[in-house]
Write a protein that binds this ligand. Sequence first.
Ligand code: AKB
Length: 315
Amino acid sequence: MKRILIVGAGGQIGSELTVYLRKIYGNDNVIATDVRECPALAESGPFKVLNALDATAMAELVSSQKVDAIFNLVALLSAVGEAKPQTAWQINMGALLNSLEVARLYNCALFTPSSIGAFGPTSPKDKTPQDTVMRPTTMYGVCKVSGEMLGDYYHTRFGVDTRSVRFPGLISNVTLPGGGTTDYAVEIYYEAIRSGRFTCPVPGDVYMDMMYMPDALRACVELMEADPAKLVHRNSFNIASMSFTPEIIYAEIKKRMPEFTMDYNIDPVKEAIAKSWPNSLDDTCAREEWGWKPEWDLSSMTDDMLEKIRLKNLK
Ligand code: AKB
């Protein structure tokens, strides 16, 4: 990768991935785009307003900026996708199809994240294998499975260098996620610092895979820089670092903040989604094919999250 276009850079992943990629590849070589102005991203390098559903505008940017790699991060997440399934399909698949076509026409590599949400209630629950039953029951998951298949189709049919990982719930302290089922695992840290109390929307005993953002960012680059000859899979790799329930993350915070309390106000949509997803993924293929290895666990992440959020002096 030398000249990179990020589509949907204003979201939870993009706002940090842009900065991470600029440090590695040079500020001027990472063009961030989003459907809205993002003043913070425009400070450190090129930024353009781009609607990912406008294929002509995307193609013009890729051509004029001599882009050779695209990161398509546009997506409505799982819970909001259930509130607006038709819009979720239009946006998630529209942005992906445009990215695939532009990548095909301008010979770019393409990274598009998939998710643990690509699995469903009939997938094996524990250590869910790389290649297994995928029958998601959310529109988000339907888009993710369709996206994985389209990515592989563009690779085998047109030779486009498409690559992807199935992200767990991502936990970060820079930009808040929005509309996801795993968002509680970010919000709990903010509320611990802000109010010392958290009301959890997901049942206390439901396991989901999670990952700290620094591991997720490193995964994107390591996969995109991996030797293609070693990749048996492409769209999309299971990656994992930690799996926990709300009760487990609560106990971890409470060890450091004994006065912290948590109660529940279960959101039935999030409950149904969370229960349909795996408890944990088996990431053996990512480890073997491109050397994936997480560096953060729940304990080290909790120390870092609390420290960074404290510095924000939240009101
Ligand atoms: C969501 O909860 O929808 C996302 C995801 C796991 O893909 N964070």
